[in-house]
Design a protein around this ligand. Sequence first.
Ligand SMILES: [Zn+2]
Ligand SMILES: [Zn+2]
Length: 263
Amino acid sequence: MLLCIKLGKMMDLIFLGTGTSSGIPVIGCHCEVCRSKNEKDKRMRSSIYVKSEETALVIDTGPDFRMQILHNEIEHLDAALITHTHKDHIAGLDDAKSFADINKRPFPIFANGDSAQIIENEFAYAFQSLRYPGIPNFELRKIDDQPFFIHNLKITPIPVMHYRLPILGYRIGSFAYITDASEIPSDSLKKLQDLDILVINALRITKHIAHFTLEEAIDMIRTIKPKKAYLTHMSHHLGLHDVVFGRLPKNIFLAYDGLKISC
Ligand SMILES: [Zn+2]
Ligand SMILES: [Zn+2]
């Protein structure tokens, strides 16, 4: 386990999912990655769990959210941070209602203005005034690019571009999580200095209009210069975990589902 203790505070991170929108194995695909017996080649849709001393949260609640929570025996969550509203990032949101029941209060969901509007439309039943039994009890909190707090945990939104869609990454202490980016504006790069851990998306080897390739992700890591970087949101086209991992520069790692690190 990687340890990077700073000011006596520590956060635990669990990669709940590290796959792109189709996950791995891809339905109907017989490629060597999809047929691999290595557990590290099986990827649910991307999400990460972040736990500090007082606060536990997830970034994104994709279609695999419920199984990710159960597999990792997570029984407490204070909030969800949403990067954007493509379905591989929010379509498990309904299942977050369990944490409203556990916490006995509305479950906070943090999202930028456009994402909050889409969540309100697409999960309209959760926000209507007529409260059917069993519908989610959510509290949608619209954020911009200004830092905010959950308990004493400072969270800094990091605006990035997913092709033409402005979406959010997040910085929490010396850790930052960026997924689905194809471009990081210079103002956002300034917010990513002095990181211990950067998680960043690397879809595949060949060019994609809306996601960093492996080479682009490595270039971006060299620009940002975190102590360690972990790649996520991977497609089966990236290749086998063990093969790709073996070729990566020092201090860059392929994340895999269930990987636990501390920061
Ligand atoms: Zn995605
Ligand atoms: Zn495949």
